[in-house]
Design a protein around this ligand. Structure first.
Ligand code: C2E
Ligand code: MG
Ligand code: MG
Length: 699
């Protein structure tokens, strides 16, 4: 590459010497142009294309340092070499100080030193330029990153801050330079508020990188504070000797707030703001640790709202949610701040009651909660009433780990529900045995249908005056592969709870209808057969339609089928019941109220139910003999049935005494072991042919 040199001198001898010296190098390394006046030089420089300048500062149109200044102003990036003639050495030195790349003294104008000096000067100017670009780049980088950067010299005096560091410390660059790092960057511990040593001090001392302790707070010049995270490192020179240190840090206040928020969300229920399962588990774990150490008791209360599903379904989820929020508030008002009220999900809450010496306070708290719950909750101008059931387990008696304590409180809650809701129950060990048994039965029930383990038994209904069989009740039996014959008392309720009663009930209806058809074909005397219908089946939307299909498929007359629905199921939603009963009645199905006398019938409704039969619950018949109250209630019920023009059937007739009583009261029909136990279909068919053996005793 050719270096284009501009020689500025009025002395043609000098010019010639220089040109010769450069020309002698050969290879066209240098191309030379010469001017004798400053004005010419400036003009030439403005057109560009010059790589180096050799200038005599004494020119016809300019003298002294001024010549240099003018040249430098026009070509600040081109190396300038001052041609030094004997009497201007001072001037040369000044020029170098002001930016000249070098000088050449008169003695060497014709020598090999001319090209060498030129080359050196061009090279060092190039390096200078490169250095400038690098510095510029690092300045821009440092000032545009979001991390703060501060560096110091060996004595810890600040010699650099980037823009972020200025903003974070509140120190302007000019103010900070020369101040101790401990002054510019004041650090304290977030908890103890003690002043912390600056990591730079360690770095300067040990010549090793270093990370800042967690929980460090930077105190700004104006006193405001920010949580920071950082690291510091030594700065080394060419020889690897430490010359200072740099610290890089950033504000973690927002990140810390965010992580706190995330931790909160992960541990709390979004609807009620109560601690969730996770946090509760944590609190119980702590309570257990404390309980072990101090020999303390504490209680876990499992609470479930009694009629929440109904509210949610009928009034909508928004109302349901608002109710849960209101319930959460009531619960909080019932316990101390050291206790934990948590939401498990749905309408289930678990409360941890701390520091209960004997586990007795739990009962008081439960009573308080039950009372608070029954107070109306005002939601969107409506007054909602809820009750709740509570189960209590006590540490360590009812469990020594979180899972067992919650599970046992849950089991106890389940029992509270069973014995009538709106009450609380302490956990008892036998509850667990029952719970396990229930679970086993549920699993087995699921397979029983597929494996044809159910059969239908029939119990005849008898005219008490004539002894004639007037009907039969179909009763489900489960022939368990291991345990043999199981009565409905063991499994119907479980089947209701888990919904299995639906397929079982449907199967019963189909079996009974096809049995009726079978007897019809066999030419037997036709009697109505009744089937028990559970609450779940009865309230199913498609129930009436299902019955219609089954009856049609069997091709039997609908008035040979009777459905028994218990009094309490009918009264649960009396208005709804009337509608369903009317639909069934329209179809021609017979209807009976089962277990009459055990629920709380409203007579006005009873009057509106399109029913045919009233079955008096067997518990009343026991009264006749046991309490010897002369069966006043039975008499009253019989009289009531008659006044409603219903057929009255007494259930559970076991002995002659009861029979005599019923007949004296003109009760029309009866059902009971005195006549026949429930029997298989074949035996029932036989009875229909032969009649009952007891008949003679009756008449
Ligand atoms: P329920 O409808 O009141 O049926 C009468 C129960 O009394 C039957 O018990 C029957 O065996 C029993 N019983 C009859 N005569 C006497 C007697 O003289 N003395 C005594 N102590 N008991 C007598 P079972 O078969 O064990 O059924 C119990 C309950 O299970 C039934 O009461 C009914 O509510 C329910 N159930 C039975 N089968 C079904 C069914 O297929 N579906 C539904 N949903 N429930 C059923
Ligand atoms: Mg019945
Ligand atoms: Mg009954």
């Amino acid at each position: 590459m050719t270096n284009r040199v501009l020689i500025i001198t009025a002395d043609s001898m000098v010019a010639k010497d220089l040109e010769d010296a450069l020309g002698s190098v050969g290879d066209g390394q240098f191309s030379v142009q010469r001017v004798s006046h400053l004005s010419e030089a400036i003009e030439r420089l403005r057109t560009g294309g010059i790589d180096a300048i050799m200038a005599n500062l004494s020119l016809p149109d300019s003298q002294g340092i001024e010549t240099f200044d003018k040249l430098f102003a026009v070509a600040p990036h081109i190396p300038i070499i001052i041609l030094c003639v004997a009497d201007d050495e001072m001037l040369t030195t000044e020029g170098v100080q002001r930016g000249a790349q070098g000088y050449l003294s008169k003695d060497h104008f014709g020598s090999y030193l001319v090209p060498q000096t030129l080359r050196n000067c061009i090279h060092s100017k190039a390096l200078e330029e490169k250095f400038f670009i690098e510095k510029n780049r690092s300045d821009i980088t440092l000032n545009s990153i979001s991390d703060a950067v501060i560096s110091t010299d060996m004595s810890g005096n600040v010699d650099y801050l980037n823009t972020t560091a200025e903003n974070m410390t509140g120190w302007a660059r000019e103010d900070a330079y020369g101040h101790q790092i401990t002054e510019v960057m004041r650090l304290i511990n977030s908890v103890t508020r003690e002043v912390l040593r600056n990591p730079i001090q360690f770095v300067l001392l040990y010549n090793k990188p270093m990370v800042l302790a967690a929980g460090t707070i930077l105190v700004r010049r104006d006193g405001r504070e920010a949580a920071i995270e950082d690291s510091a490192a030594p700065i080394h020179d060419w020889d690897g000797k430490i010359t200072g240190a740099v610290i890089v840090f950033h504000d973690v206040t927002a990140a810390q707030a965010m992580s706190l928020k995330m931790a909160y969300l992960a541990q709390h229920d979004f609807l009620t703001g109560l601690p969730n399962r996770l946090l509760l588990n944590d609190r119980i774990t702590q309570a257990i640790a404390l309980g072990k150490r101090r020999n303390n008791h504490f209680a876990v209360l499992f609470l479930d709202l009694d009629n929440f599903k109904y509210i949610n379904d009928s009034l909508g989820h928004e109302t349901g949610d608002a109710l849960l929020q209101s319930v959460a508030q009531s619960l909080l008002s019932c316990v101390r701040s050291s206790d934990t009220v948590s939401r498990q999900g749905g309408d289930e809450f678990v409360i941890l009651l701390m520091g209960d010496k004997y586990g007795e306070k739990a009962a008081l708290a439960a009573e308080k909660i039950l009372a608070a719950m029954t107070a109306p909750h005002t939601i969107a101008d409506q007054q909602l009433h809820v009750t709740s059931s509570i189960g209590i387990s006590v540490y360590p008696e009812d469990g020594e780990d979180v899972e067992t304590l919650i599970k046992n409180a849950d089991t106890a809650m389940y029992h509270a529900k069973e014995i009538g809701r709106n009450n609380y129950q302490y956990f008892k060990n036998e509850m667990n045995v029952q719970a396990v048994e229930r679970q086993v039965i549920e699993v087995e029930l699921r397979r029983a249908l597929e494996h044809h383990e159910f059969v239908v038994y029939y119990q005849p209904r008898v005219n008490l005056a004539t002894g004639m069989i007037t009907g039969a009740e179909a009763l489900v039996r489960w022939i368990h592969p291991d345990r043999g014959l199981e009565l409905p008392g063991r499994f119907v309720e479980i089947a209701e709870d888990c919904g299995l009663i639906l397929p079982i009930g449907q199967w019963m209806l189909q079996q009974v209808c096809s049995q009726i058809e079978c007897w019809q074909k066999a030419g037997l005397r036709l009697i109505p057969v009744s089937v028990n219908i559970s609450a779940l089946e009865f309230r199913q939307k498609a129930f009436v339609e299902e019955v219609r299909i089954i009856v049609n498929e069997a091709g039997i007359s609908p008035n040979l089928l009777q459905l028994e629905i218990t009094e309490s199921v009918l009264m649960d939603d009396a208005k709804g019941s009337i509608a369903i009963l009317l639909d069934l009645k329209k179809m021609g199905i017979l209807l009976a109220v089962d277990d009459f006398g055990t629920g709380y019938s409203s007579l006005s409704y009873l009057h509106q139910f399109p029913i045919d039969v009233l079955k008096i619950d067997q518990s009343f018949l026991n009264d006749i003999t046991v309490t010897n109250d002369n069966g006043i209630i039975v008499s009253a019920v019989i009289a009531m049935g008659k006044s409603l023009k219903l057929l009255v059937v007494a259930e559970g007739v076991e002995n002659q005494e009861q029979l005599a009583f019923l007949r004296a009261q003109h009760c029309e029909e009866g059902q009971g072991f005195l006549f026949s136990k429930p029997v298989a279909a074949e035996q029932m068919a036989k009875m229909l042919v032969t009649g009952l053996s007891i008949t003679s005793a009756i008449s």
